[in-house]
Design a protein around this ligand. Sequence first.
Ligand SMILES: Nc1ncnc2c1ncn2[C@@H]1O[C@H](COP(=O)(O)OP(=O)(O)OP(=O)(O)O)[C@@H](O)[C@H]1O
Length: 361
Amino acid sequence: MHLAHLRLRDFRNYPRLDVDFAPGFQVLLGDNAQGKTNILEAIYLMATLRSFRGVGGSQMVRHGQKGYFVGGKVVGQGDHEIKMYWSPAERKLSLDNQPIRKLADYFGAIRVVIFCTEDLQLVKGTSRARRRFVDLLLSQTHPTYLPLLQRYASALRSRNALLKQRVQDESALESFTAELVKLGNDLIRMRHELIPKLSPLARLAYRRISNDAEELRLEYQPSVKKDFAVELAQTRARERTYRSTLIGPHRDEVQLLLNDRSAAQFGSEGQKRTLAIALKMAQAEYLTGLHGSAPILLIDDIMGELDAKRRSGLLPLLERAHHTRGQVFMTCTEENWPRELGRDLHRWEVRSGTLKKSSAG
Ligand SMILES: Nc1ncnc2c1ncn2[C@@H]1O[C@H](COP(=O)(O)OP(=O)(O)OP(=O)(O)O)[C@@H](O)[C@H]1O
């Protein structure tokens, strides 16, 4: 799978951009604050409908403009044309010129994995960061997952709103409880299935890039132990005190363990960094195994941060993406781009919101 064309209008510091990309390595070179990461953000946005920087739409609209447009042509098992427009008043998303009504029809048109400094939050951050990681991966692989998650979130919001009322409407509460349990059980089941498949891939990736012999393991710790309906009923007294739903998939945890000890609590800074990259490598491997083609890899600024061992551990993944006619976008400054990747790459010069093929490529 590769992105053959990218079109931006009033996105971040790009007034307009139309650029064709070949498969293979795309190295985006430029000084700080020129717009390298903004390109990765636009590609990630097409794939996930979110910014990996965790910001909303308005921040991505070029200063002083009404809305942004991001579009692209993806060449994979089938060719796809994606168009998205966002303004505070209007959102449009189309795939092959058909407006998207159900997100399940959209996800999978373009699959990406991003490697960025924010990944460290997967290890250091709260359980929410890890749930998001798992949710994204399940959305990328199961068309039904995201709509299910959205319905669960909506049932949860309604239920919490009811719990906050002074006089509680018991029959409404009962119907949202039933809805929550039904949807929640499906989410739990899908998460249960995923983690044992992901864990060995992450262990292997960790081994490849780490200097130590620690064993990485991922363990799914659902907040519901056995029976969601029964356990939810058991929390009713506490729910009255806290006025919110205290158990369910929204409280799940994915423990990251090094030699059976919590990496967040006992891992060194270096181990945490390695672990974050290993999780992303596992995501890429999982997607490749399932779909038979590599996702587009977006690598933001991390190559310069890695020592030689970890860089060389990551290289096979990049090379495989390259050889299977996948695509890698990598942002670098002139000083830190990974020359060991060889001559077979496309160099782009990024300068204040413009992209130019570099002749030295
Ligand atoms: N909404 C916006 N409208 C216009 N310009 C913006 C907007 N948001 C960010 N920018 C500009 O985009 C530039 C930052 O781009 P980007 O984050 O892609 O930098 P970069 O080239 O990756 O740099 P670094 O190497 O420092 O990460 C800055 O000049 C910033 O002012």
